[in-house]
Write a protein that binds this ligand. Structure first.
Ligand SMILES: Cc1cc2nc3c(=O)[nH]c(=O)nc-3n(C[C@H](O)[C@H](O)[C@H](O)COP(=O)(O)OP(=O)(O)OC[C@H]3O[C@@H](n4cnc5c(N)ncnc54)[C@H](O)[C@@H]3O)c2cc1C
Length: 132
């Protein structure tokens, strides 16, 4: 990452990464229902909801007097990752869903019950081999 430098001293500005995995009202229900519930909950939130919660968290954990949100926070970016992770388990339908269709084969991580780059590459390799 050319030119990128990490924070060197406590006086330098820094990036805070804050991660939240929202849960809905369906805790205990089958995983697919919980995922759907949480996804809708996340997509219903406005930017101001995220900002309010970030204010609350930082204001609650950093010492008053040395931290002032409006002075010390330059900007906020919210990246909502609604599709979350691919998942498998019993009844996994990815094997059925990725069957070749004529000369069309299905790659990508969603064609396997796994969400990382290695899985995506394995699926790409499988899809190419299916073409013979
Ligand atoms: C925030 C985040 C962090 C992650 N961290 C990690 C990590 O640390 N380690 C790890 O292994 N994995 C990580 N992953 C997962 C990894 O990025 C994915 O598993 C991988 O990129 C999936 O590869 P893919 O080829 O299946 O799909 P993608 O990389 O999503 O590629 C799909 C491509 O298809 C294109 N496309 C979509 N629709 C069309 C269309 N109609 N026509 C033409 N092109 C189209 C898209 O633009 C995209 O370029 C992370 C993912 C996210 C979102």
């Amino acid at each position: 990452m050319g030119g990128y430098e990490c924070t060197k001293t406590p006086n330098d500005p820094c990036i805070l990464q804050m991660i939240s995995c929202p849960a809905g009202e369906t805790i205990g229900a089958p995983a697919t229902e919980q995922f759907k519930d949480a996804r809708y909950r996340m997509l219903e939130l406005e930017f101001s909801d995220y900002e309010d919660e970030i204010r609350e968290h930082l204001g609650g954990m950093l010492p008053k007097g040395s931290f002032e949100f409006d002075r010390d926070v330059a900007s906020i970016s919210v990246n909502r990752w609604a599709h979350g992770y691919s998942y498998g388990g019993p009844g996994d339908s990815t094997r059925k869903g990725r069957q070749p269709f004529g000369r069309i084969t299905i790659a990508n991580s969603d064609s396997a019950p796994g969400a990382d780059a290695l899985v995506a590459m394995k699926m790409a390799w499988r899809a190419v081999k299916e073409l013979g």
